[in-house]
Design a protein around this ligand. Structure first.
Ligand code: ADP
Ligand code: MG
Length: 371
């Protein structure tokens, strides 16, 4: 919990950092911004981030505060023994008044600046440890407040790493199916992490007695919301821009042509009602639904026929994907990202997703929402 002594300015800085770290195009830049911000909000003189290699050893090492000439004189970056190793092993935040007196301490190499107060902990990405964030030499030593702030920052750093990895996947994604899925993953991974930070700050404000402080933190939460908004916008822009100017029926036909070709299997489509005057955002939802449900039919159903029905009747848009394949046991199968995402989409659209299926008797997935 963020204690009541928390400086509102620091929370605002933290929230601004969330936006800049996540928006930084380049991962190295993002991680440097993370270390800089951690130093700024705590007042630490030194900061570093060690990226863990495949076997838990310290790999890339980003450091701030130690002059280049000194770093060169020290030579190799830390190997991750001593207290740094303790953090990697225990994956917990460690706050020390004197790092050298920790039982695991191995001492500093020659030319290394003297470090005394220390705060370090893990940066996680999707549940696994990506690296460690370290700070040293805060005048007067680190306090509980610093741990709360830096742990929140580490979460933001994790979100930046996820964003970057997904962006890399996106660059190599060959087909629409992948692009759609990655955009959705990106959305889920980042927005949820930031959302969690926001929620936590929100919970913390209720414990704050100082009205001015509370107001300021609430303002910070609003700017975090705004950062999430611009991130959503960015994700939205991952879509091929030409789509906005294409009629929905044409977009659907193009999507199906691409899927059919990729899988070497024909997909029939039927339209009913007015579909070409809908706002472009709705078209995205329709195409995403078709892409996911049709890919499932193509990959899992062994059907001899797959058909899509898109209707706009009585104020409701319905997208149904039917196949005459093997079906599945809804109760027994573990839903993957695909169907879970469709459920999320239906909820966002104030609509519903219906899955009709039984082993041996085909599958029909319908997304229906008001327009
Ligand atoms: N049309 C279908 N025919 C048969 N099985 C299906 C169909 N759609 C989904 N499934 C089953 O439901 C599971 C979950 O689907 P989904 O959530 O899209 O995840 P994924 O496609 O990544 O496995 C699939 O792995 C498959 O077993
Ligand atoms: Mg799927």
């Amino acid at each position: 919990m963020v204690p009541q002594s928390l400086d509102a300015g620091k929370v605002a800085e933290l929230v601004d950092a969330a936006a800049s770290v996540v928006e930084a195009g380049d991962l190295k830049q993002a991680l440097e911004a993370l270390v800089d911000t951690a130093m700024e909000v705590t007042g630490a003189r030194y900061g570093a981030l060690g990226v863990l290699g495949d076997h838990g050893q310290l790999g890339a090492f980003i450091h701030r505060g130690v002059p280049e000439a000194t770093a060169a004189a020290i030579g190799v970056p830390p190997a991750g023994r001593g207290v740094l190793g303790t953090i990697t092993r225990e994956q917990k935040w460690l706050r020390l008044d004197d790092v050298a007196s920790h039982p695991d301490a191995v001492g500093f190499p020659e030319h290394h600046p003297h470090m005394e107060s220390f705060l370090g902990g893990p940066v996680q990405v999707g549940g696994t440890v990506f690296g460690n964030l370290y700070l040293a030499n805060k005048p007067g030593g680190f306090v509980d407040e610093d741990v709360a702030l830096v742990a929140a920052l580490a979460k933001i750093g994790g979100a930046a790493v996820s964003t970057n990895r997904l962006q890399q996947r996106l660059r190599t994604a060959a087909v629409i199916e992948d692009r759609e899925r990655i955009a959705r993953d990106l959305h889920d991974a980042i927005i949820q992490d930031l959302f969690a930070v926001g929620l936590r700050l929100q919970a913390d404000t209720s414990l704050m007695e100082d009205a001015e402080l509370r107001a300021s933190v609430e303002e910070s939460i609003e700017s975090l919301d705004a950062a999430m908004g611009s991130l959503r916008q960015f994700i939205f822009q991952l879509r091929p821009p030409a789509w906005d100017h294409q009629r929905l029926t044409e977009r659907i036909r193009a999507t199906l042509a691409e899927l059919s070709e990729a899988h070497g299997f024909p997909i029939a489509v039927a339209f009913e009602g007015e579909l070409d005057e809908l706002p472009p955002g709705i078209g995205d939802e329709v195409v995403a639904t078709i892409t996911e449900a049709a890919s499932n039919a193509l990959r899992h159903s062994e059907a001899s026929e797959i058909r899509i029905d898109v209707t706009n009747v009585a104020g409701a848009l319905s997208v149904a994907v039917s196949d005459d394949g093997v079906g599945f046991d809804l109760g027994a199968v573990e839903l993957g990202m695909g169907l879970v995402n469709l459920q999320g989409r239906a909820k966002d659209l104030a609509g519903e997703l219906t899955i009709e299926t039984r082993p041996g008797s085909g599958t029909r997935v319908e997304m229906k929402f008001p327009v």
